[in-house]
Design a protein around this ligand. Structure first.
Ligand code: C2E
Ligand code: MG
Ligand code: MG
Ligand code: MG
Length: 292
């Protein structure tokens, strides 16, 4: 019986492994055609000022609508795109689309906002990056100050000297820069001072746990204080509840992003949100649960 169970288990693992490999292979094969078949879209998630409640920016997040697989989340394909190098082409498309869309909103008379684009490790190491950023700006007519690039911590900490040079070059073009998922990579506080970035984004895992875990709350408060004393604005990601919002406001976090206000939206819906001038309902300043 044990032998049989063992055999079943083995078959199960083989099947699971096989299906995982074939899923990856399928994603890779299909991703090669995604751009040519016009299957990629950008959704936009608002970033809000925690003091005023106003929308002050947005993050462009890629979506892949595959005819057979349905909506494939970036978690399932960005890694594959990175490993295969397809990310360079996809990243260029994301950058250009975000700049053109933002310029179009401005031309339609909406309040000018910055659009943030995620940059992967491979793109960041690509010597053509700054030329492509420049081209996206001049072709779309978007002013550099309305573009922001989100870099992850591990990406900039990997080769600090090289990364500092790239970041400085991008800064000189007048675009904004942020460090995404802050606190999840191996951050070196000593290196942080070398990067002329504008924003630190507190990773959503901290926001999710902060009201239940006093130590996580302490980390969040420290990142806000540290970030601000180094001259960065601090953004909290993944804000889903009113108590999280109240806590972040109480501790003077600068901006937030999260389902509490809005999920990432297709461009038409995001445009409507801007036209309606929707903003964050700011409740009383009391801090529920955890104190100090
Ligand atoms: P990220 O840049 O940290 O983006 C934030 C993710 O959190 C997004 O997931 C967003 O939809 C999700 N999110 C926002 N608010 C909430 C919330 O309140 N609760 C929860 N649970 N989640 C929230 P998404 O769109 O699935 O993207 C996942 C990751 O994929 C991104 O993390 C980013 O690392 C990567 N990604 C997405 N688009 C691009 C892209 O165009 N280029 C590159 N290189 N990476 C991208
Ligand atoms: Mg991001
Ligand atoms: Mg993030
Ligand atoms: Mg993330």
């Amino acid at each position: 019986r044990a032998k049989e169970a063992g055999r079943n288990q083995l078959q199960f693992y083989e099947a699971a492994m096989h299906s995982r490999i074939s899923e990856r292979a399928m994603i890779e094969a299909e991703l090669r055609h995604a751009l040519a078949r016009d299957e990629l879209r950008l959704h936009y998630q608002p970033k809000l000022d925690l003091r005023t409640g106003a929308v002050v920016g947005m993050e462009a997040l890629v979506r892949w609508q595959h005819p057979g697989m349905g909506m494939v989340s970036p978690a399932r394909f960005i890694g594959v795109a990175e490993e295969t190098g397809l990310i360079v082409e996809i990243g260029r498309w994301v950058l250009r689309s975000a700049c053109f869309q933002n310029a179009a909103w401005q031309q339609a008379g909406l309040m000018p906002l910055r659009v943030a684009v995620n940059v992967s490790a491979r793109q960041f190491r690509d010597p053509d990056l700054s030329r492509e950023v420049q081209a996206a700006l001049s072709d779309s007519g978007l002013d550099a100050r309305y573009l922001e690039l989100e870099l992850t911590e591990s990406l900039v900490m990997h080769n600090v000297e090289g990364a500092v040079a790239v970041v400085k070059g991008l800064k000189q073009m007048g675009i904004a820069l942020s460090i995404d998922d802050f606190g999840t990579g191996y951050s070196s506080l000593a290196y942080l001072k070398l990067f002329p970035v504008d924003y630190l984004k507190i990773d959503q895992s901290f926001v999710r746990e902060m009201l239940a875990e006093p130590k996580v709350a302490a980390i969040v408060r420290s990142v806000i204080a540290l970030g601000q004393s180094l001259g960065f604005r601090v953004i909290a990601e993944g804000v889903e509840t009113a108590p999280q919002l109240a806590y972040l406001r109480h501790h003077l976090c600068d901006e937030m992003q999260g389902y509490l206000f809005s999920k990432p939206l297709p461009p038409d819906d995001f445009g409507a949100l801007l036209r309606e001038e929707r903003c964050l309902a700011l409740p009383s300043d009391e801090v529920p649960g955890e104190q100090q």
